[in-house]
Design a binder for this molecule. Structure first.
Ligand code: UD1
Ligand code: CA
Length: 435
C-alpha cells in the first residue's frame, strides 16, 4: 500500500449540538472516544506524521490521547478560533513542513470510516500522480447538511457547494462530500493561503481547495463510499447512537467470526477491546465493557454485567443478574445468580451461590477478597473485604464473613457474624470428640 506522508485530523469543533460540556470528540462509542476510533483509521494507513487540530477543550483532548495507543505518534496544533475547516488546515499546515507528501484529512467525528476504505482513497490519489486529489463522496438518502458535489458536462469534479450556499437545484443533488480527502501536500500548501471566507457562513472552507485545484486543471477524483454507515458524522447524540449501533455490530461480527456464540446480537453490548475465547456462549441482555478478558468455553448471561479488569478463565460461568468488576473467576468456577463480585479472585471450580456479595468498598477504599479453589460459597453470603476464603472452604447460607476473618482451607463458617463451624460428630465409636 502507498504510504501517505501525513494525516491531519480536524477535531477543534465545539460540538454545540451535543448539548454537553465534554469536547465532541471525547464522547464514547463502544468504550472508546470518537477520536480514538479516528486515530485507529490514521494508524491503519501508517503515516509518517499525525497532526490533530484541537481547539475546544484542547487540554482534555490532549490528556485523552496521551493515554491511548497513538500517544507517541500525534502532534497537536491548537486552532484558537474556529473559522472553518480551511482555517483549521491553515493552522495544521504549520506542523506539516515544506514538502509534506500526500496529506490525508480526517474528521474527528467520523468514527465508522473503515481503515480499508481509507486505503482505497490513498491508492486512488497515488494513481492520479503527484498532483492528484481524491475525495470520498457518497450518495446520501438524507444529505442532512453535507456539501453537494457539482460536476461539469464531462462528469468531472467541479466544486463542492455547502448546503447553505446551494441553489434549490444544487440542493437536489444526491452526491455529497464526506469531508475526507487525500491531497497532494505541496499543492495544498500553495492553495491554503488563497482561501476566502466570502460565503454564507463567513468561514474558510477547506472544500475550496479541491475546487481551486480542479480549476487549475489538476486531477481531482471522487471515490464513492458505498456503505453509508461509514459516512456517519456525529453532530448530536442521535448520531452518536447511530454510530454506536454500526460499530457495535462490527464488534459482534468479529466475535462471531472467532467462534463466540452470541445468541442475540440485538441485546448484547460488547465494547471495543474485549477478548473472548472460542466456544464461549454469550446469552441475551448482557453488557461486557472494555478491559474484560473471557477464556474459551465460558458461559456469560443472560443479564450479566462484566466490567473493566474482569477475567473469566476457561469454562467459567457467570449468569443472571451478576456483576463483576476487577474480578477473576477461575476455570470452571460458577457465579450463576444475583451476585456482585467486586475486586474478587475466585479460584478454579469454586461455586459462588446465589445472592453472594463481595463487599469491596468500605466508603473510602476498595479491598480485595481471595477465594481459593473448590470452595463453596453458600447462597446469600456477604464477604466483607479485605478477606480470604481458603481452598475447599464452605460458607453457610446467609453467612456474613466480616472484614479480615480469613476463612481457612477446608473450614466451614456459618452465621452472622460468621464463625467457624465444627460439625458435631455423633456417636461414632472410637471417634475423638474433644473439639
Ligand atoms: C464539512 C464540509 C462539507 C461536508 C461535511 C461532512 C467544509 C466547508 N464543509 O462541513 O462539505 O459535507 O463536512 O461532514 O469543509 N473543524 C475544526 N475547526 C473549524 C471547523 C471545523 O477543527 O474551524 C472540524 C470539526 O471539529 C469537525 C470537522 O472539522 O471535526 C468538520 O467541521 P463541521 O463544521 O462539522 O463541517 P461541516 O460544516 O459539517
Ligand atoms: Ca460548519
Amino acid at each position: 500500500m502507498t504510504r501517505p506522508a501525513s494525516v491531519v485530523i480536524l477535531a477543534a469543533g465545539q460540538g454545540t449540538r451535543m448539548k454537553s460540556a465534554l469536547p465532541k470528540v471525547l464522547h464514547e462509542v463502544c468504550g472508546r472516544t470518537l477520536l480514538d476510533w479516528v486515530l485507529d483509521q490514521a494508524l491503519a494507513i501508517d503515516p509518517a506524521k499525525i497532526v490533530v487540530v484541537v481547539g475546544h477543550g484542547a487540554d482534555q483532548v490532549r490528556a485523552s490521547v496521551a493515554g491511548g495507543p497513538a500517544a507517541d505518534r500525534v502532534e497537536f496544533v491548537v486552532q484558537e478560533e474556529r473559522k472553518g475547516t480551511g482555517h483549521a488546515m491553515q493552522v495544521a499546515a504549520t506542523a506539516l513542513g515544506d514538502d509534506p507528501g500526500t496529506v490525508v484529512v480526517l474528521y474527528g467525528d467520523m468514527p465508522a470510516l473503515r481503515p480499508t476504505s481509507l486505503e482505497v482513497l490513498v491508492e486512488t490519489a497515488a494513481e492520479l500522480g503527484d498532483e492528484g486529489t481524491a475525495i470520498f463522496t457518497a450518495l446520501a438518502d438524507d444529505p442532512r447538511g453535507f456539501g453537494r458535489i457539482l460536476r461539469d458536462e464531462e462528469g468531472d469534479f467541479r466544486a463542492v457547494r455547502e448546503e447553505r450556499d446551494c441553489s434549490p437545484e444544487e440542493r437536489a443533488i444526491p452526491e455529497v462530500n464526506t469531508g475526507v480527502y487525500a491531497f497532494p501536500g505541496k499543492l495544498l500548501l500553495d492553495a491554503l493561503p488563497k482561501l476566502s471566507n466570502d460565503n454564507a457562513q463567513g468561514e474558510y472552507y477547506l472544500t475550496d481547495v479541491p475546487v481551486m485545484l480542479a480549476a487549475a486543471g489538476k486531477p481531482v477524483e471522487c471515490v464513492l463510499l458505498e456503505d453509508l454507515d461509514e459516512t456517519i458524522g456525529v453532530n448530536d447524540l442521535g448520531h452518536l447512537a447511530e454510530a454506536r449501533w454500526v460499530l457495535q455490530l462490527r464488534i459482534l461480527e468479529g466475535h462471531l467470526a472467532n467462534g463466540v456464540a452470541i445468541e442475540d446480537p440485538a441485546t448484547t453490548y460488547i465494547d471495543h477491546g474485549v477478548t473472548i475465547g472460542a466456544g464461549t456462549r454469550v446469552l441475551p441482555c448482557t453488557v461486557i465493557r472494555k478491559g474484560v478478558t473471557i477464556g474459551a468455553n465460558c458461559e456469560v448471561g443472560p443479564f450479566t454485567h462484566l466490567r473493566v479488569g474482569t477475567v473469566l478463565e476457561e469454562g467459567a460461568e457467570v449468569g443472571n443478574f451478576t456483576e463483576c468488576k476487577k474480578s477473576t473467576v477461575g476455570a470452571h468456577a460458577k457465579a450463576k445468580h444475583l451476585s456482585y463480585l467486586g475486586d474478587a479472585r475466585v479460584g478454579a471450580r469454586t461455586n459462588v451461590g446465589a445472592g453472594t456479595i463481595f463487599a469491596n468498598y468500605d466508603g473510602k477504599a476498595k479491598h480485595v477478597t481471595e477465594v481459593g479453589d473448590d470452595a463453596f460459597i453458600g447462597s446469600g453470603t456477604i464477604v466483607v473485604a479485605p478477606n480470604s476464603i481458603g481452598d475447599g472452604a464452605t460458607t453457610g447460607a446467609g453467612a456474613v464473613v466480616t472484614r479480615g476473618a480469613n476463612v481457612g482451607a477446608g473450614e466451614t463458617w456459618v452465621g452472622v457474624p460468621a464463625r467457624k463451624h465444627t460439625p458435631a460428630t455423633s456417636g461414632v465409636a472410637g471417634e475423638d470428640r474433644e473439639d
